[in-house]
Design a protein around this ligand. Structure first.
Ligand code: FAD
Length: 313
């Protein structure tokens, strides 16, 4: 323990997606001198996508990596201290919050903003990996627009899959909902919306064997039905909707989460159950999971942290 260095800060931000960088912009401008650790994926989820067309302020669209570089530069312009490092352990038992970085550095912070995001679950197929970004997506709101008038598959049988299918049905020619079981796990109301939508076809007891494509991207999908027969469907988009995993594991001993792992916040704020610890972005948002909502809640978290610190002093 003795070779662990210790640093004291007013505001520690964990995560470098739209939520973390926006929190850093607001916290620096409020003179909180934030220290931000980027984690394993500097820039967050958007660094894995090419086109972002729905973030306000970019009339021609922007690539994900470019946009995240802009957000980082904006935070640095106001003095945010941005470093590479992963939060590996926390102790939120006292008024000073302790966070260990890479197991070799201890940060003692008056306030902590958790912005560690969530990770979409994928089926685990090689072809899925190959066509990520050129036909395979885990976000209909983000990418559905690119498949207007085309045929797509949504894989999954829960509420999210049904929601994505209904959303895509409003844009696409035809949506195949591929469900492993012989029933949908979604709520009754959601199921009714699916069955009422004319251009959704539910394929029960089908599993995805392979996503097929060429240089242009996805061109089809190979499914297996309950009799183990192969079924080929021509499509252009394959949407995986089997859930997300919030990156909250390290905070769980202290911070309250729901059964999936989303951090619970007081409605209308970013306050967690621990005084002085705030959460923003996808790690606390199971409904919207968009860059703009993550950025918005990053702003809220920084304002909450500033008010918390000024009330304490
Ligand atoms: C392929 C793809 C395309 C998308 N396209 C769009 C789009 O077009 N428009 C849109 O609005 N949204 C889009 N999204 C969704 C959007 O990316 C997310 O809603 C948004 O990035 C969430 O921001 P966040 O800051 O909460 O978390 P994230 O972007 O997930 O960032 C989380 C950050 O936390 C860090 N981290 C995690 N654990 C730790 C730890 N222990 N210690 C330190 N750091 C840690 C990670 O390194 C990362 O930097 C897309 C998502 C994907 C995957």
């Amino acid at each position: 323990m003795s070779d662990i260095s210790t640093e004291k800060v007013k505001c520690l931000i964990i995560g470098s997606g739209p939520a973390g960088y926006t929190a850093a912009i607001y916290a620096s401008r409020a003179n909180l001198k934030p220290l931000l650790f980027e984690g394993l994926q500097p820039g967050g989820q958007l660094t894995t996508t090419t086109e972002v067309e729905n973030f306000p302020g970019y009339p021609q669209g922007v690539t994900g990596p470019e946009m995240m570089e802009d957000l980082k530069k904006q935070a640095e312009r106001f003095g945010a201290d941005i470093r590479f490092g992963i939060a590996t352990k926390v102790d939120f038992s006292g008024p000073i919050h302790k966070v260990w970085i890479d197991d070799n550095k201890l940060i003692e912070a008056d306030s902590v903003i958790i912005a560690t995001g969530a990770t979409a679950k994928y089926l685990g197929l090689e072809s899925e990996e190959k066509f990520k970004g050129t036909g395979v997506s885990a976000c209909a709101t983000c990418d559905g627009f690119f498949y207007r008038g085309k045929d797509v598959v949504v894989a999954g049988g829960g509420d999210t899959a049904c929601e994505e299918a209904v959303y895509l049905a409003g844009l696409c020619n035809k949506v195949y909902l591929v469900v492993r079981k012989d029933f949908l796990r979604a709520s009754k109301a959601m199921q009714e919306r699916v069955f009422k939508t004319k251009n959704i076809e539910v394929l029960f007891q089908h599993t995805t064997k392979e996503i097929v494509g060429d240089m242009s991207g996805v061109t089809g999908v190979l499914l297996t039905n309950k009799n183990n027969e192969e079924v080929h469907i021509s499509i252009h988009g394959f949407f995986v909707a089997i859930g997300h995993q919030p990156n909250s594991e390290v905070f769980k001993p202290w911070v309250k989460t729901d059964e999936v792992g989303y951090i619970e916040t007081v409605p209308g704020t970013c306050k967690t159950n621990i005084s002085g610890v705030f959460a923003c972005g996808d790690v606390q948002d199971k409904h919207y999971r968009q860059a703009i909502t993550a950025a918005g809640s990053g702003c809220m978290a920084a304002i909450d942290a500033e008010r918390y610190i000024s009330e304490k002093n």
